[in-house]
Design a protein around this ligand. Structure first.
Ligand code: AMP
Length: 509
């Protein structure tokens, strides 16, 4: 590690269930940051215990069962989300902690009588990784490349940058998780290949088709679902055991937070066991009492076939999304040289079997599913440092269209999905009425034909429009999406060249 210096940029995989930090040097050697106990990933969990202590990672997970209301997990699913978003309701039904609307059109969480924004929770996890990395490296880490699901919107990407800023960590670049995994796989191998990354983690699913030509990584198409991940596999099992218990004993455990937490824990452990074994008992002693005070146990025989049946719709959904991304890229199964598995949930045997059947060959074992994303982020971070001789070129795309709301509510697409980034486009606009001093535009991201069915990124107002008769002032609106998939907008008067002042409302920024 002779060349590490305080301007080091570490890589951070900020996952829904687990997070990981890494640092690279030389011509691509990577070191994962070890935590107490030697593990390389930490649970993305934040909690406050009954004495008011903040706990992060393993410490938070250890006390989870006893303190379910003040243990915040999977909050990444809420980042950059509006409170009226239906996914927020769905999420509230499956978590034991409480959500409420914040005052920036975002979601906040309650923990031990305090209210936190989702960015604040993410910032605690980033800070933990930064601090452990700093102890390990012997200097204070200040900069990082942070990965996000490829399917994150502009607003969610902004929120991750903000999370870093809250704890004084400069997020120098946001990169997409599957792209990072492809970097971990491809650097130093002088490849000329087309890979498909199938990334099914704890909370999100991404697919990217990436062409690797030595040190150039070019994403051809991407797609995903930020509500499809290991947690949904756990939930399918949880629903099954709750129904089974209700049928046997007439008791609904879903409103008992401690019982639910024990079930959740065991569901995940049983699911993981069933990747290695074909049967596993699902037994929890004394889970509740009958009205007569008689203790009851939960006892279900689980086998791999049952798990597969309960979750088949989730695997089907992922394969359907994958098919759509292949259509977008204009390729078929035979055009893919390697299929890469990323994310812990891809260890489920049926997923590997179905991909093997689909592509006619088994997925590559070239990367570690839990570590590839962090490793790729570290490599990219290293390539951005001045002292580095690792030169990389990443060419990525936006996952969903970005556009404006037209009169009548239809979406006018400015950048179609899979448009290469960085990218810039202009559209012409004019004043609709005499002496109009402001021009406002609602910007959306999504692939639905009606704006209201897409995600509102913000309402941009351009003020200082020159007074003139309707239709006389000609404006040019510039949309720029940077390499991180983040949008900025500006407007200028085409006749005078003067820039308008831009303000944004209804957004996290
Ligand atoms: P990640 O976000 O990549 O850390 O993925 C974590 C998800 O993978 C969690 O939902 C885990 O339950 C799941 N997972 C980890 N190991 C296994 C396994 N052996 N079989 C099935 N799922 C797993």
């Amino acid at each position: 590690m002779e060349r590490l210096s305080p301007d080091t940029i570490i890589g951070i995989d900020l996952g829904t269930t687990n997070s990981c930090g890494a640092v690279a040097h030389g011509d691509g050697q990577v070191k994962l940051i070890p935590y107490k106990g030697g593990e390389y990933t930490i649970p993305s969990i934040f909690a406050i215990d009954d004495k008011g202590n903040e706990l992060i990672g393993h410490e938070a997970k250890r006390q989870w069962q006893l303190n379910p209301r003040n243990t915040l997990y999977a909050t990444k699913r809420l980042i950059g989300r509006a409170p009226r978003d239906e996914v927020v309701d769905t999420m509230q039904q499956s978590v034991q902690y409480r959500l409420h609307a914040g005052d920036r059109n975002d979601v906040e969480v309650d923990c031990h009588g305090r209210s936190f924004s989702i960015q604040e929770i993410a910032s605690r996890i980033l800070a933990k990784i930064r601090d452990v990395a700093s102890d390990h490296l012997g200097f204070k880490v200040q900069r990082a490349v942070v990965t996000v699901p490829a399917y994150f919107t502009d607003r969610q990407r902004q929120a991750v940058k903000e999370a870093g800023a809250l704890v004084g960590l400069e997020v120098v670049r946001i990169i997409n998780e599957p792209t990072a995994a492809a970097l971990a796989y491809g650097i130093g191998k002088r490849l000329d290949e087309r890979v498909l990354v199938y990334d099914l983690g704890g909370g999100t699913f991404d697919v990217s088709i990436i062409e690797i030509r030595d040190r150039v990584f070019e994403v051809k198409a991407t797609g995903g679902d930020i509500f499809l991940g290991g947690i949904d596999f756990d939930d399918a099992m949880i629903r099954f055991v709750l129904d089974d218990f209700r049928n046997k004993h007439g008791i609904d455990l879903s409103s008992d937070p401690v019982a639910m937490q024990r079930i959740k824990d065991l569901a995940e452990r049983t699911k993981i066991d069933l990747s290695a074994r074909t049967e596993a008992p699902f037994s929890i002693p004394f889970i509740t009492m009958t009205p007569q005070g008689q203790p009851l146990n939960m006892d279900v025989r689980f086998d791999r076939k049952l798990l597969e049946a309960l979750t088949q719709h989730l695997v089907d959904r992922s394969l359907k999304i994958m098919g759509g991304v292949m259509v977008d890229a204009g390729i078929t199964a035979k055009d893919i040289d390697e299929v890469m598995l990323v994310g812990g949930q891809t260890r489920m045997p049926i997923i590997q079997e179905r991909l093997t059947r689909f592509f006619g060959k088994p997925p590559s074992k070239g990367v570690h599913p839990d570590e590839a994303v962090g490793i790729g982020a570290a490599l990219y971070g290293w390539s951005l440092q001045e002292s580095s001789d690792l030169k990389l070129q990443l060419l990525d795309v936006i996952p969903m269209s970005i556009g404006i709301e037209q009169a009548g509510g239809a979406m006018h697409v400015v950048f179609p999905r899979n448009a290469a980034i960085p990218n810039a486009r202009t559209i012409a606009a004019t004043n609709a009425v005499d002496r109009q001093s402001e021009l406002a535009m609602r910007i959306y991201q999504g692939d639905q034909p009606w704006s209201a069915d897409n995600e509102l990124l913000g309402e941009f107002t351009f003020s200082g429009v020159r007074p003139g008769r309707a239709g006389e002032v000609r404006l040019e609106i510039l949309f720029e999406v940077n390499v991180e998939g983040i949008l900025t907008m500006s407007a200028r008067d085409l006749d005078t060249g003067r820039q308008m002042k831009t303000t944004v409302r209804i957004s996290t920024r």
